[in-house]
Design a protein around this ligand. Structure first.
Ligand code: NAI
Length: 436
């Protein structure tokens, strides 16, 4: 049976850092995977198919219940509502890894988790396709004045006029930010016969027949519909203001499914009211309600041919399934193999499966996973230990990031116990785990 050996960090007397401690062996069905906030079932299925014990909760627990859960969880899956500050992580002695089954990781004290040797994983691109599809739907809806026609008919007004309605075929789509979402939009738009131009601060390979332009201004001037897919940074803050809107074609459309800070909303509302733009769609706003209990207000409310959506660009069942698959796969890869690829807070080390014994006979090498404080001398202490033991190490992997280092050793099974005991004695050791 596949086994994993974990350490239980104890209070340390070394500032906020936990100290390494006793190791205990577990069969996989004794590893508690706890999934909170209604993580999509795909996550549960993946863990169960590998023999792990899974407990699911539909909501975010209150702080007291969270403490109880953390006392026994080896792997914790959360979404955006469950917060894991340093004191919560300190109360999680068995916690090996945290999965944020969402895009953001602000809800976790990442530095504290790293200092305890707890990798945190997320799914930055699990909802990319959903945002791209919404954008394409809006490009068509704006060209056909769909929401205007629909609202009128709801009020009983039968207006069959073709005035102001266009096909998107042959029209020019301008993409600002040709990253994961922007490039997906590019592919979908071309499939509908649109011409695609784009602007990105970095050189990006054009997909299909898309054409990179040299400036934002050129994109604004040439496009019938401009769609924004840039991150919220100092350089993108209000990058679309009155001056940029004035450069857009008369009657063109603007779509913002990126971040609220990117557009000067009062300037956009003026351009729409004055009929200089033909319409707009926005999924994101400078100030967004924190939940259903708070009302939404914006200068864009009530304007004609303006589609407003409550930050649902990435909110689809498919995105939730894709996020669950992505994060569960990263967590499994860490628990089973020690790989930290995709972690946002500890050094990323991609590991192959543990090698099989030569000739297929005997036990395969044991894998020692060692998180330590990233200070000079730790590696030489480790190598001194290995030399003293005369241990047979078949592979060694090392990466460091900020205050944490991560070393992985594939060792002869007879050497694993002594190496483990020796590593625990190194003062900089945060956590050691052995896989076999
Ligand atoms: P990404 O990082 O893959 O792509 C962003 C692109 O913007 C990069 O190619 C970057 O070089 C470019 N860029 C950065 N600054 C720029 C500037 N000043 N001018 C032009 N290009 C610039 O990000 P991804 O995944 O495509 O996401 C894009 C945006 O979509 C982000 O703001 C993200 O927060 C937002 N988003 C919104 C969702 C929603 O629910 N509405 C869901 C997911 C993401």
């Amino acid at each position: 049976m596949a086994m994993t050996t974990t350490t239980d960090p104890r209070p340390s007397g070394r500032g906020s850092l936990p100290s390494p401690a006793v190791t205990t062996s577990y069969p996989k069905d004794k590893i508690n995977v706890v999934l909170l906030e209604g993580v999509h079932d795909r996550g549960r299925t993946l863990f169960e198919s590998e023999g792990f014990r899974v407990e699911s909760h539909p909501a975010s627990p209150d702080p007291q219940r969270l403490r109880e859960i953390l006392a026994g969880a080896h792997v914790l899956g959360i979404r955006s509502k469950t917060h894991l500050p340093a004191d919560a992580l300190a109360a999680a002695p068995r916690l090996l890894a945290v999965g944020c089954f969402c895009i953001g990781t602000d809800q976790v004290d990442l530095r504290s988790a790293a200092s305890r040797g707890i990798p945190v994983f997320n799914s930055p691109f699990g909802n990319t396709r959903s945002v791209a599809e919404l954008t394409v739907a809006e490009a068509i809806a704006l060209h056909r004045r769909l929401t205007v026609k629909s609202e009128a008919l709801h009020r009983g007004a039968w207006d069959k006029s073709a005035e102001g309605a266009h096909e998107v075929r042959g029209r020019t789509l301008g993409i600002v930010g040709y990253g994961h979402i922007g490039s997906q939009v590019s592919v979908l738009a071309e499939a509908m016969g649109m011409r695609v131009v784009y602007y990105d601060v970095l050189p990006k390979l054009p997909l299909g027949n898309a054409r990179p332009l040299r400036s934002l201004g050129e994109v604004l001037e040439q496009s019938d519909v401009v769609t924004l897919h840039v991150p919220a940074t100092a350089s993108t803050e209000r990058m679309i203001g009155a001056a940029q809107l004035a450069r857009m074609k008369p009657g063109a459309f603007l779509i913002n499914n990126a971040r609220g800070s990117v557009v000067d909303v009062p300037a956009l509302a003026s351009a729409l009211r004055e009929g200089r733009l033909g319409g707009a769609a926005s999924d994101v706003f400078p100030v967004e309600p924190s939940g259903k209990h708070e009302a939404f207000a914006s200068e864009l409310c009530g304007l004609s041919n303006v589609i407003l959506t409550p930050h649902i660009g990435g909110s689809t069942a498919e995105a939730q399934a894709s996020i669950a698959e992505d994060v569960a796969t990263k967590l499994l890869s860490f628990v089973n193999r020690g790989s930290t690829t995709g972690s946002v807070n500890v050094p990323e080390v991609e590991l192959p499966d543990q090698p099989m014994p030569s000739g297929g006979a005997g036990a395969r090498p044991h894998r020692v996973l060692h998180f330590h404080r990233n200070v000079p001398g730790v590696l030489s202490t480790m190598h001194g230990l290995i030399a003293r033991l005369g241990a047979n190490v078949s592979a060694e992997y090392l990466r460091t990031k900020d205050e944490v280092g991560y070393v992985v050793l594939d060792v002869d099974p007879t050497d694993a116990g002594p190496i483990l005991a020796g590593l625990r004695e190194i003062p900089e050791t945060i956590r050691v785990r052995v896989l076999w």
